[in-house]
Design a protein around this ligand. Structure first.
Ligand code: GLY
Ligand code: MN
Length: 459
């Protein structure tokens, strides 16, 4: 937990941003996976962590904007629970740690909601993402919960959580340190004949050994053309590339997220070198240009131009590069967005609504294939933490479909592209902190230059 003043300050700033009413910040429950007492690893809700910090199930945070009051609702454990769980802090002890003066029982939420309604106060909630939250809200509000989802609260939370303070940056750096170990381990283990799951298991053990967890299910595959490939059953083959997209989450819930792609053989062949260099140049272009005031949409388009230009040089694309990118022809190879915010969620705040986090009144989401998936497009500000993750993929089904449809024949050299259908995919992902004048690649640098990767794989 950060010092309690951090949480008091966050709640006070929220009170400055939301005019009136009562916000319910609902913590998470334990979730069963195959029978009631067999539970998933507990993950607290990130908004609850941000404002109330208590990393345990069955708590509700209430912020009364009219009375300037913060309340934590939860239940003390009985001896029957303590026998199984060991000694537990009381609700009042936990509340004190985060600077909250008022506490109540979990079921006091019914009275708080009824009182607020009776006084005509607005009740603010954020969109629930778990079934039990929907049931909880419908029950407590005695109404359709959707009517209470508050744009005012969502926007205020996004404003606060988007800019990371010094404590959060340090915590993200811890997650990055662990992410470094995960990726270097994957590089060292990668060799022909080893099954992917053996490496994936070693990668996943590292954040656990460091007191945390993975920040999302590990992607580790020699079929990197499938963007989120969680299948780890292939035996690595020489001539393929292994794509690892993985990150750590610290015990406090802060994430890292990196992708590296390496040749299974330990040495890049010419084709791999050529395509890899284009992706690396796109990743570096974004690092060079990202700074306060630029739109991440423009960074995405810069990366797309580097990719289109590189593929032109290889003979896979043709025609004018700006025109090709403007119509979205490059998206055959780069069909996803450049990156996303990162913090207490690996896709930070995505549960509040991607458009609230990554877009604003000045930048609206495109409906063009590829660009439509861009999670972060808005103007950058100091303190934003985000990912820079361009890629080039050869997706046989997409190539066949576009070719059949005769799509972008002026920009794509399909005969050449056919020759790469066995290639797979390459993504390179770093975590960036936007500073006052530019940006920095956060934390210990995971090798991404060709020579450095070959060196580490040889060792
Ligand atoms: N690293 C997985 C993702 O950003 O979607
Ligand atoms: Mn990512």
């Amino acid at each position: 937990m950060f010092p309690k003043e951090v949480y008091i300050n966050r709640r006070n700033r929220l009170k400055e941003l939301v005019n009136s009413g009562v916000a319910i910040i609902l913590g998470n429950e334990n979730a069963a996976y195959n029978y009631p007492a067999n539970e998933y690893h507990f993950r607290q809700d990130s908004n609850f962590l941000y404002f109330f910090a208590i990393n345990k199930p069955h708590f509700i945070g209430v912020i009364d904007f009219d009375e300037g009051k913060d309340i934590i609702l939860g239940d003390d454990f009985e001896i029957d629970d303590i026998i199984w769980m060991g000694p537990q802090p009381s609700v009042s002890e936990l509340a004190k740690e985060v600077g909250v003066e008022y506490i109540g029982k979990y079921t006091d939420i019914y009275k708080i909601v009824d009182d607020a309604k009776a006084k005509g106060k607005k009740i603010h909630i954020v969109p629930p993402y778990r079934g039990e939250h929907i049931n909880f809200y419908n029950d407590v509000l005695k109404d359709d919960y959707k009517k209470y989802i508050s744009e005012e609260l969502i926007k205020a939370i996004v404003e606060l959580r988007s800019v990371k303070d010094e404590y959060e940056i340090k915590e993200i750096e811890k997650a990055i340190e662990v992410g470094y170990e995960m990726h270097v381990t994957a590089m060292r283990m990668c060799k022909p004949g080893i099954v992917e799951q053996k490496i994936a298991a070693s990668v996943e053990a590292i954040p656990i050994a460091n007191g945390g967890r993975i920040s999302f299910p590990v992607i580790l595959t020699q079929n990197g053309e499938t963007l989120h490939n969680h299948y780890h059953g292939n035996i690595l083959q020489s001539g393929k590339m292994m794509l690892t997209d993985a990150g750590a989450e610290t015990a406090m819930g802060y994430a890292s997220d990196f992708t590296r792609t390496v040749p299974v053989s330990g040495k890049f062949d010419q084709r791999q070198r050529d395509v890899y260099t284009i992706v690396l140049n796109a990743n570096k272009k974004v690092i060079e240009l990202s700074r306060p005031g630029v739109k991440y949409l423009d960074m995405h388009l810069e990366a797309a131009r580097v990719i289109a230009s590189g593929l032109n040089d290889l003979g896979l694309m043709k025609g004018d590069i700006d025109e090709a990118v403007a119509v979205g022809a490059h998206a055959l190879f780069f069909p996803h967005g450049l990156g996303h915010m990162m913090g207490l969620d690996v896709h930070d705040m995505e549960g509040l609504g991607e458009d609230y986090v990554g877009y604003d009144e000045n930048v609206k989401r495109s409906d063009q294939f590829g660009l439509a998936y861009l999670r972060l497009a808005r103007e950058l500000k100091p303190g934003f933490v985000l990912t820079d993750e361009p890629g080039i993929y050869f997706i046989p089904a997409l190539i066949d479909m576009w070719r059949k449809e005769g799509k972008f024949m002026d920009f794509i050299n399909y005969d050449e592209v056919e020759k790469y259908k066995d290639f797979g995919g390459i993504r390179i992902e770093d975590d960036l902190l936007i500073t006052e004048n530019g940006c920095e690649v956060m934390g210990k640098k995971i090798p991404k230059e060709i020579d450095d990767i070959e060196q580490i794989m040889k060792a």
